[in-house]
Design a protein around this ligand. Sequence first.
Ligand SMILES: [Zn+2]
Length: 85
Amino acid sequence: MKCSEFLHELTNYLDGVLDDTTKVELENHLSWCHNCYVVCDTTKKTIEIYRDSQLYELPENLRTRLRSAIMAKCQQYKKRGPESV
Ligand SMILES: [Zn+2]
């Protein structure tokens, strides 16, 4: 699995709506890719804070904002070179 694929599935993963196979692939990716681990961890904490304060489903606009922030970060990493960290 590539970072772009990981990031594409990240919000589904955090929502717990993935099938087991994809989930395992994501967890495998996390075990070796520090970039995605950090992104996942940060996103998870952001969502938890949001959920704790609102107790509602993550609204679509926040989800979209998170995803574009994540994709922007992914682009930054790509510019620095493949898996350089
Ligand atoms: Zn990655």
